[in-house]
Each structure stands twice: as structure tokens, then as C-alpha cells.
Ligand binder design. Structure first.
Ligand code: UQ1
Length: 453
């Protein structure tokens, strides 16, 4: 049975200079939408607006409220800036905005979370038990951070004097900066798990920023910096991995690979790692510990009919279309797209998904747009310097600025890229990307694709 029509609220809505009374599209008015987007994160908001604009540009505009965004979250976060908060460059309040302020009035907002998927019936149910039908479904629910995956971590993070912090949450990203500033001497340990994580470069970005801060404030000689990572190298792409490893050696930072954090003993400031090489436990003393927790697919996707065997939404790696249901699509961290999970990846995934979905709805044929795996890691290496890693499937570099005379090699950190990360990308994200008019390396120009044959 479809859920009953509940609280439709008469609201006063301002559109431009006009002020008019209308029925709020945010209220639970309909039980079927043309397009349902699950998730009001970077992927969901970006693609919902791109889809709306794509239909409009083709002269086939959707009606107000034909697209619904399903998400109960109060707030939306610009997570790429949490490294900047941990480095003392941004206040954390600047990384957060109410979801309701980011959803334009022509998109419906259903303030509930998805609970189950019934793709054979073209519907989902929400946590309140409401059933919502769709013609097309786009899933972008993000990735789950498993704080409990490391014994002692939640307790250590909650204690302001523990010396343990993480840039991977809004609650703890400012503690990172406090801890970096408070450290006078001793052992600064930075961890990265062996699991898939969002933004694979962030665990070392914060390390490089801390290292640079220690040098610039005369503490470098008293503080030993070590990187313990569950991965086999500094980075997944050889070109950048080699450059970063060279930097690590030159800066005197310890490199401990295939070491996965399992336990924190906060009372005695000891961290235990599992060394994958010989399966031994390695206990390390720390004064300051920066933790990147393990991550994995969201529970709501795991075991659902749209998931692959791991728990990601199973999609074709070039088209973003579900490999199981032709009217289901996915992008972002929750998808099975075999690329690294970043907002930069979403800038390239969203126009591909949008084009293929539009053509499929309009002509019954898939569009010709193909995602090549483009992703980017703007890797802070210190104050005023950044290495802009950009690559595609297969770990092949795909660099926007390679060969430009004033840039040279993108594996060499420079100041222009630092200002991209600190100033340009947050501006582009809030002002253009979430409203569907920013396309990553091609800026404000939407990529064009030939029509389907
Ligand atoms: C980008 O467009 C973007 O979004 C605003 C980012 O922020 C999360 C990025 O990190 C990157 C790399 C891009 C890609 C854009 C250019 C100009 C390389």
C-alpha cells in the first residue's frame, strides 16, 4: 500500500521579486515522481540540478516537483575543506550549510531517509514506511565511515586531551588543528587504513600540512613525523606515488606500508597496527595521532537488489547505468565506479549520468556519454604548495594543465594549485557545482555528446 498523503503545508514562497502562496513541494504530496534522487550530498544535489537543466535545454522541461531529492539530513558539508580546517585555514562553520537552503524550489525535497529498494516495482520505501514510486532512480548516498572499526577510537576522539583526532568528521576536524598547535615535541603519527576511503590523499595531506607547520614554527627538530598506511605505497598512481615518496624521504618522514591501525590505547598513548606482510601486531607510541577510519558501503545498499557483491551500487563503469535495472543510475562514493572517491570525480560523472539518463528517457536509447574514470586529488604538501594529481581509469594521469609553460610538471607542487584548492574549488562548489553548472576541468561548459544512433 502506498503511504497516506500526509502533511501538505501551505507555505509562503518567494520567487524572484514576486511573493506567492503555493503548496510546498517539500511536503509529502505525491507518492510517485518522474525522477527520484536518493541523497543530498555532492553527487545527489549536483546531478539533480544537471538533470533538470538538461531537460530544459532540450526544450522538454520537467514540471516543478517532477524531480524529488530524498534525504533526512539537516546539513550538507563541503568535505574537501575539512583538511583546510585541520590546517587552521578555514573555520569549520564555513563547510556546512542547511540542505534546505541548497535545494531550489523546482525540486521536491522529501526529508526522509531511504530504507529499502524495490526496483522490480520501481519504488523505494523510506524510514517512516512511506512508499515512493519513480520512472528513473538515481542513487548517491555516499560512503559509511566505520568509527567503531578501530578499538578505542570513539572514546579517544571524544576526549579533548587525548591527542587523537581526525579530519574525517565535522565534529573532529577542528580538534586536529588544536592538537597540531598544542604539540611541542614527541611523535606525530598519521594513519591510513587498507580499506577503500573517500579522498585517498587526505590522510597524507594533513600530515604534510602538520609537518610544514612544525618546521615553520621552530618545532621541526623536536617532532618526529611518521606515516602508517595499510596501502602498499604513498599513492595509487605511480607517477605521483614516486614524487611523494621522494618528498617523504627528503623531509625525514617515516614510511610504514601495509600497516593497518586496529586499536588505540588512549590512556597509555599506544597505537596497535596489523602488519600485513607477516600478520604481526606492531605497537607504536604516539604523542599526537591523526586517524583515518576504515570505510565501506552504506548498510542501506549492502544486500539490496541494486548492490554488487561488496555493497556498492552496481553500475556500468562507463555509463553510470545500473547493470541490473535499466532505469536505475548511480554516481559518487556509493557507486561501483572503479575510480577514487572524490568531489572532483563527481564533476565528471554527473554530466555523463545526466546525458545517458536524459537520452534513455527521451529516446529509449542510452546516450553516447562515457565516463573515463576522471578523478583528482589536490594534494596539499604545505602552506602555499599543492600537487594536483589528476588521473583516470587504470591509474593513467589525465592532467588539465600538463605542459603549460608556467606549470611544467603536475607532480611538482606549486602555489597556483594551492589557491585552486583553498579558494577556487570551494567557490565553484557552492556557487556553481551544486546548482548543476560546474563541470570540473571544463569549468562552466557542459560537455557535449553526439546523439544516440
Ligand atoms: C573540481 O572541479 C572541483 O570541484 C569544484 C574540485 O573540488 C572538490 C577539485 O578538487 C577539482 C580537481 C576539480 C577539477 C577542476 C579543475 C579546474 C582541475
Amino acid at each position: 500500500m502506498l503511504a497516506s498523503r500526509t502533511t501538505s503545508a501551505l507555505v509562503k514562497a518567494k520567487s524572484g521579486a514576486r511573493s506567492s502562496l503555493r503548496w510546498a513541494s517539500t511536503a509529502a504530496e505525491k507518492d510517485k515522481y518522474k525522477i527520484v534522487v536518493i541523497g543530498a550530498g555532492s553527487g545527489g544535489l549536483t546531478v539533480a540540478s544537471q538533470i533538470y537543466k538538461r531537460f530544459k535545454a532540450a526544450g522538454k522541461p520537467l514540471n516543478e516537483g517532477d524531480i524529488a531529492i530524498v534525504d533526512a539530513a539537516e546539513n550538507h558539508y563541503y568535505q574537501p575543506a575539512w583538511t583546510l580546517v585541520g590546517s587552521g585555514l578555514t573555520r569549520k562553520e564555513e563547510t556546512r550549510k542547511p540542505v534546505s537552503s541548497l535545494i531550489p524550489s523546482h525540486l521536491a525535497h522529501i526529508k526522509e531517509n531511504v530504507k529499502t529498494f524495490a526496483p522490480d516495482k520501481n519504488s523505494i520505501t523510506t524510514s517512516s514506511g512511506r512508499e515512493i514510486g519513480y520512472d528513473s532512480l538515481v542513487v548517491s548516498v555516499g560512503i559509511q565511515t566505520n568509527w567503531n572499526g578501530i578499538e578505542g577510537l570513539p572514546k579517544a576522539l571524544a576526549d579533548s586531551s587525548s591527542g587523537v583526532s581526525s579530519i574525517y568528521s565535522y565534529e573532529t576536524c577542528d580538534k586536529v588543528w588544536n592538537d597540531i598547535e598544542a604539540l611541542r615535541s614527541g611523535q606525530a603519527v598519521f594513519t591510513q587504513p587498507s580499506s577503500v576511503i573517500k579522498c585517498g590523499g587526505a590522510p597524507q595531506k594533513i600530515m604534510w600540512m602538520a609537518w610544514d607547520r612544525f618546521q615553520k614554527t621552530g618545532r621541526g627538530d623536536q617532532i618526529k613525523v611518521d606515516f602508517y598506511t595499510g596501502t602498499p605505497a604513498m599513492f595509487a598512481v605511480k607517477k605521483y606515488s614516486d614524487a611523494l615518496n621522494e618528498m617523504r624521504i627528503q623531509r625525514g618522514v617515516g614510511g610504514h606500508f601495509q600497516h593497518n591501525l586496529t586499536k588505540i590505547d588512549a590512556a597509555n598513548r599506544k597505537a596497535t597496527f596489523k602488519n600485513a606482510a607477516d600478520n604481526s601486531d606492531v605497537v607504536v607510541d604516539y604523542t599526537f595521532l591523526h586517524v583515518t577510519p576504515p570505510m565501506g558501503p552504506m548498510d542501506v545498499i549492502k544486500g539490496s537488489p541494486i548492490a554488487d557483491e561488496v555493497g556498492w551500487v552496481a553500475v556500468d563503469s562507463a555509463t553510470c547505468q545500473s547493470t541490473k535495472f535499466s532505469n536505475v543510475w548511480s554516481l559518487g562514493d556509493c557507486s561501483s565506479l572503479p575510480t577514487s572517491k572524490t568531489a572532483a570525480a563527481i564533476t565528471s560523472e554527473a554530466p555523463v549520468l545526466t546525458e545517458n539518463l536524459f537520452q534513455f528517457v527521451d529516446t529509449g536509447k542510452l546516450g553516447t556519454a562515457k565516463y573515463d574514470g576522471y578523478t583528482s586529488c589536490p594534494l596539499l604538501t604545505g602552506y602555499g604548495e599543492l600537487l594536483l594529481a589528476e588521473f583516470k581509469y587504470g591509474g593513467q594521469p589525465k592532467e588539465t594543465f600538463a605542459g603549460l609553460p608556467f606549470i611544467g610538471d603536475q607532480a611538482k607542487p606549486n602555489r597556483l594549485f594551492y589557491h585552486f584548492k583553498k579558494d577556487l574549488f570551494p567557490w565553484a562548489y557552492w556557487n556553481h557545482m551544486l546548482s548543476g553548472s560546474w563541470f570540473g576541468p571544463s569549468g562552466g561548459i557542459r560537455p557535449k555528446y553526439p546523439p544516440p544512433q
